[in-house]
Design a protein around this ligand. Structure first.
Ligand SMILES: Nc1ncnc2c1ncn2[C@@H]1O[C@H](COP(=O)(O)OP(=O)(O)OP(=O)(O)O)[C@@H](O)[C@H]1O
Ligand SMILES: [Mg+2]
Length: 286
């Protein structure tokens, strides 16, 4: 499998990472869940975290957004030292910059699809309503749901709701998005449409961290892959190396199991939408 062809420039290696975790330790009571996590995400990179259930993947994402505070170690997102944030205002400011999409989409059921996208930019970020609506429509186009802007979430399929949730996260113009198992609650036939949307965003330069059990998809879209087990990063590296030549026997065993048992081939790329906008243009031009 070859990595997708990205349109962005590759000078990112010289920049400081956008996200950096250093020796992060976190325990719940006596249960040590993260045991010294080091992880970096550079601007424009797609980073996947793979590993067995309970290995700490979601906990790492929750640390990045400040939802959980580690007992030891450092977490930086841009200029923000997340591990030392104290006030609610600082945490809210961080969460405006870091989008989070979960397995459960949690859309507002009483609001239309369009309103779901407009509410946070206008109420939280104080943006002009007409401009927020215009941007929301461009994002709905991007996730191929323009025809559903007046629908309510209850009238959509799971895959459609998840695409709205992704568009809603993008509407806040985050610096990066964390995806936590966003396809694992979906019917198999709607998984592909959500992965297609994520693939498009990654190709256009979205910075993201993706926790997924879709191994073929992780292999295809990721710049870097981290394999976690029992709260440690067993190994990490470029996707072709982790999937093609894993160094650790534990990684090999995990991949054998994960790829052997019902591994899904990533869906074929459909024809691009003629008017699709690159992510960077959406962020800065609207
Ligand atoms: N709020 C919490 N309180 C106590 N223990 C927790 C809490 N959240 C997670 N844990 C524990 O931390 C460990 C890691 O959980 P985490 O959700 O990060 O795993 P994961 O790798 O995301 O697993 P999965 O693939 O099943 O989603 C587990 O043992 C879990 O039981
Ligand atoms: Mg999880």
């Amino acid at each position: 499998m070859t990595a997708i062809d990205k349109t962005r420039s590759t000078s990112v290696a010289e920049e400081a990472p956008l996200v950096a975790l250093g020796d992060v330790h976190l325990r719940f009571g006596a249960n040590e869940v993260l045991k010294g996590i080091d992880l970096e995400v550079r601007r424009g990179q797609a980073v996947s975290i793979i590993g067995p259930s309970g290995s700490g993947k979601s906990t790492i994402l929750r640390c990045i957004t400040g939802l959980l505070r580690p007992q030891r170690g450092t977490i930086r997102v841009g200029d923000t030292q997340v591990d030392t944030l104290r006030s609610e205002a600082e945490l809210i400011a961080l969460r405006k910059r870091v989008g989070f999409v979960f397995q459960q989409y949690n859309l507002f059921p009483h609001l239309t699809v369009l309103e779901n996208l407009v509410i946070a930019p206008t109420r939280v970020a104080g943006r002009d309503r007409a401009a927020a609506q215009q941007e929301a429509r461009a994002l709905l186009d991007k996730v191929r749901l323009s025809h559903k802007e007046a629908a309510y979430p209850g009238e959509l399929s799971g895959g459609q709701q998840q695409r709205v949730a992704i568009a809603r996260a993008l509407a806040m113009r985050p610096e990066l998005i964390l995806f936590d198992e966003v396809t694992s609650a979906l019917d198999p036939e709607t998984v592909g449409e959500v992965l297609t949307v994520i693939r498009d965003l990654v190709q256009e330069g979205l910075t993201c961290v993706l926790v997924t059990h879709e191994m073929r998809f992780a292999e295809e879209i990721s710049d870097q892959v981290y394999f976690t087990e029992a709260g440690v990063i067993v190994e990490h590296g470029p996707a072709p190396r982790i999937f093609g030549r894993p160094e650790s026997e534990r990684t090999r065993a995990f991949l054998r199991r994960a790829l052997g048992e019902g591994a899904r081939t990533a869906p074929a790329r459909p024809a691009p939408l003629a008017e699709a906008l690159p992510f960077e243009r959406l962020r800065f031009a609207l």
